[in-house]
Design a binder for this molecule. Structure first.
Ligand code: C2O
Ligand code: CU
Ligand code: CU
Length: 477
């Protein structure tokens, strides 16, 4: 079966919101798509691997003429791709060379909060550094790293901070997926920006309901072209936008197959011609260009706007077929006798609230015992017409989507996720289990909503090891 549906609620899709900025075509020539380099470790010592990640300011040639002042991780814009392997113990030296405080958040990594996971309680001050370490114990997936300082996440991401994190493992390595990084396996980081005399101006473009830009960028490139040299290409799509949802399709309606969602490989491949990603969601897809010949060009579109092109070159024939079954999701059983946790995203503009409240760094909003599997009903109370999608994200876990308004989740929601788009008027039921004690954020991933305070924190606790947390206040950020 091939799905031809974006799976979203048309009445609430973002065109219906007054602040929507449609994408515009940029009048400039095509350029090679930026493929971020893979970050090299400083040192490998048996099972211990050492990295340095530096948040830095620089300049990037984005538009013709003057370069744009941008921020990035080990790069002038976005960042080098961090490749991690299950089972390895990582030691990461985080360096802040920016003129303001930032944090280094591992979106999707199952590492402890509130410090290692780099939420707002883990500031790295200008000129300063912080050392963290963790053993990676989760399956292959595409995650990302981005800043999370309260309340400046949206602006710092807008300035350029975001990098792909590729997790590998032995099980995924056996599947017939392309995995030659930069050749047939590439990140597709989707963002939108506007420029003023070639410079970013977050204040000027700011929208309390989420800042949108006029131009589409993929990996920081406008009108990017990727030269295809293999029949099958794996795209690790990541919505790294502050607010924009991407409705992706090819200009010739070419089919593609999703093999992984946020938390890793899907149980079964899902074939599409259309795919929507809300903020922070990831989808790994394989595109088989076997029906194309050298010289053909296929454009990836969002709505009616081309956002990048694939230029088909010479490739060796590849008749690999994906198996019907990719992996088994070991869904934990819901712990009997526990009530359903209900969490409510409400409002728009500066009225957005999570459970009726604004974020307070020193308030623990909920507790859940580690090892328990609890159903959460995530509610978006916005009106069906005039409301908006809130992408709900949790730190410290990957969850399973159980239902949408009591109905089956979308066909590509049968794997692990850490971010789920909740349509206006909808209740999405998820099953949540924490395995590591700590304090974790959960929030709307429209970054301006998060910064306004549509965020809360949960303590995942171990009854045998009660823990006291020193929670910073906003003034210490
Ligand atoms: Cu991607 Cu709390 O964030
Ligand atoms: Cu996160
Ligand atoms: Cu929101």
């Amino acid at each position: 079966k091939v799905y031809n549906d974006y799976f979203y609620d048309e009445p609430v899709f973002d065109l219906h919101d007054g602040g929507y900025v449609p994408l515009e075509k940029v009048d400039m020539p095509d350029q090679p798509l930026n493929i971020p380099a893979a970050l090299q470790p400083n040192k490998v010592d048996g099972n211990d691997v050492y990295y340095t990640i530096t948040a830095q300011a620089g300049e990037t040639q984005i538009l013709p003429g003057v370069k744009t002042k941008t921020w990035g991780y080990n790069a002038s814009l976005l960042g080098q791709t961090i490749v991690l392997k299950q089972g390895v113990h990582y030691h990461v030296h985080l360096v802040n060379q920016l003129p303001e405080v930032t944090t280094f958040h591992w979106h999707g990594l199952n590492v402890t909060g509130p410090i290692v996971d780099g939420g707002p309680h883990a500031p790295v001050y200008p000129g300063g550094s912080r050392d963290i370490d963790f053993t990676l114990d989760q399956p292959a997936q595409t995650d990302w790293i981005h800043p999370h300082p309260c309340p400046n996440t949206a602006r710092q991401v807008w300035n350029g901070l975001a990098a792909a994190v590729v997790v590998t493992d032995d099980e995924e390595a056996k599947l017939p997926f392309p995995r030659n990084y930069g050749v047939d396996d590439i990140p597709i980081i989707l963002q939108d920006r506007s420029y003023h005399d070639n410079q970013l101006d977050y204040k000027k473009d700011y929208d309390v309901d989420g800042t949108l830009g006029k131009y589409a960028l993929v990996n920081g490139t406008i009108n990017g072209v990727f030269n295809v040299t293999t029949q099958r290409v794996r795209l690790r799509m990541l919505n790294g936008s502050d607010r924009r949802e991407w409705r992706l399709h090819f200009d010739d309606n070419h089919e593609f197959t999703q093999i992984a969602s946020d938390g890793g490989t899907l149980p079964e491949p899902v074939r599409f011609t259309k795919l929507m990603l809300t903020c922070a969601e990831r989808a790994e897809v394989i595109v088989d260009f076997g029906d194309k010949k050298p010289g053909d060009v296929v454009a990836l579109m969002s709505d009616d706007m081309p956002i990048m092109k694939f230029k088909i070159g010479k490739y060796a024939p590849d008749d690999t077929k994906l198996p019907e079954h990719l992996t088994t999701i070991d869904a934990p059983e819901v712990t009997p006798g526990l009530p359903v946790t209900r969490t409510v995203m409400s409002g728009m503009d500066d009225q957005v609230r999570l459970d009726g409240k604004l974020f307070d760094m020193q308030r623990i909003d909920r507790r859940q015992k580690i090892g328990d599997t609890v159903l959460w009903d995530v509610v978006n109370t916005n009106e069906m017409d005039g409301g908006m999608i809130h992408p709900f994200h949790m730190h410290g876990c990957q969850f399973l989507v159980i239902s949408r308004n009591g109905k089956a989740p979308y066909p590509n929601e049968h794997g692990w996720k850490d971010t789920v788009g909740v349509n206006a008027g909808e209740t999405v039921r998820i099953a949540v289990q924490f395995t590591k004690f700590g304090v974790y954020m959960y929030h709307c991933h429209i970054l301006e909503h998060e910064d306004t305070g549509m965020m809360a924190q949960i303590e995942a606790y171990d009854p045998d090891h009660e823990h006291k947390y020193h929670l910073l206040s906003m003034d210490e950020m």
